[in-house]
Design a protein around this ligand. Structure first.
Ligand code: NAP
Length: 354
């Protein structure tokens, strides 16, 4: 059986990535893909990698037909919310990759973005990280996207917070991120002469994704009956890659720990989560997570080291921002919402070497 889907904002980077996976998914059939600027243009003019796989043309979102099973919204925040508001009552399932429905508290959304245009819909959205919200995702009509940087940090910290192994109020996260995170629209910060050859801190304090990290870690603390005091000092850096995120997270340990304690926490939290790979392999060059083995895949590679000289743990988390940081979990969520195996259409390794 195939489910009809449409992708709104398909001319962008996450939309293009979603199209690629949807074309390969055994139970997805693409109905429409939208773009305002490129309406009437064949998809392969913008996505040459899809030559031979589709003859579709972009249509304007004004021609969007809701006679589909699922709508994927790959739009900028602020643009997405009105689409959700317009279509939610048709009963169509919606997976919104933007930030508009990630934060439960409209005041937090306003602090980091702008006043929310439809706060009444926020309680209907489930944060689209299957490793944390698998059961709720199965039952909901509206899934929010995840921040790519946020998810790399949340996935690294969640098991440690759940097991009470770290002080959640003193987490420091430093991420390196590739240029595709900025989307397909031109910006001086992603212009080749400005980006090439540099490593640039671009939002050392107050980054929007901090709110998602703290929200999700606080939910784990609250479920444990603990004070919701998660605090993440987060500083991302733009580096010379197109795709990929490597986050390095430092946290004080709450008691002396062994590697086995930490392994157990990760293994137990991620039992039944096929896209999380634990990486700590002393006998190889690739002893910690790094970006190249996850590029082109939906895997999050997570590794750690306990500091023998200081009471802290360092956790490394590597993902592909366009897949594991957005389109990949969106498809995991689609699979869960349709009672399919979570891995359907996503179970591929990356390239090596690349
Ligand atoms: N890039 C990442 O790594 C990443 C990771 C996680 C989450 N996200 C989130 O995913 C969303 C999409 O990101 P992206 O990187 O794919 O952005 P993008 O490359 O800039 O693409 C944006 C898409 O939205 C469409 N669009 C823009 N304004 C529109 C409007 N007013 N009405 C209808 N369509 C409109 C564009 O279509 P036109 O052709 O008409 O301009 C384009 O298809 C964002 O909310 C972003 O925060 C991105």
């Amino acid at each position: 059986m195939s489910y009809k889907i449409s992708i709104v904002g398909a001319s962008g980077y996450t939309g293009g990535e979603l199209m690629r996976w949807a074309l390969l998914h055994p139970q997805m059939e693409i109905a429409q893909v939208t773009s305002e600027r490129f309406a009437g243009t064949p998809v392969t003019k913008l996505n040459p990698n899809l030559r031979g796989f589709t003859q579709a043309e972009f249509v304007s979102s004004k021609q969007l037909n809701t006679d589909v099973d699922t709508l994927f919204l790959c739009l900028p925040h602020k643009v997405s919310a009105p689409f959700v508001k317009q279509y939610i009552d048709t009963g169509v399932k919606i997976i919104d990759l933007s930030a508009d429905f990630r934060l439960h508290n409209p005041k937090t959304y306003e602090h980091y973005y702008q006043p929310h245009p439809c706060p009444e819909l926020l309680p209907r959205a489930v944060y689209g990280l299957p490793e944390l919200h698998r059961e709720a995702i199965k039952k909901t009509q509206l899934v929010s996207g995840i921040g790519c940087l946020a998810s790399s940090v949340i996935l690294a910290c969640a098991p440690l917070v759940k097991a009470g192994l770290i002080d959640p109020s003193r987490i420091i996260a430093d991420s390196k991120i590739g240029s595709s995170a900025g989307g397909a629209a031109f910006d001086i910060s992603t212009h080749h002469p400005e980006r090439q050859g540099t490593v640039r801190a671009y939002k050392p304090t107050g980054h929007r994704h901090t709110a998602e990290m703290e929200q999700e870690l606080n939910e784990i603390l609250a479920a444990n009956g603990q004070a919701a005091n998660a605090s993440v000092g987060f500083s991302p850096h733009a580096v010379e890659m197109v795709r990929g995120i490597l986050s390095t997270i430092h946290a004080p340990v709450s008691r002396p720990l062994t590697d086995l304690d930490v392994w157990k926490a990760y293994r137990s939290f991620y039992s039944g989560s096929p896209f999380i790979r634990l990486v700590k392999d002393k006998g190889t060059l690739f002893k910690y997570p790094e970006v190249k083995p996850v590029v082109g895949t939906n895997f999050a590679d997570i590794g750690f080291e306990l500091d023998a000289d200081h009471p802290r743990i360092v956790v490394m988390s590597a993902i592909d921002n366009l897949i594991r940081g957005s389109a990949g979990p969106a498809i995991q969520c689609f699979n869960l919402m349709h009672n399919l195996d979570e891995k359907t259409g996503l179970w591929v390794p990356g390239y090596h070497p690349i």
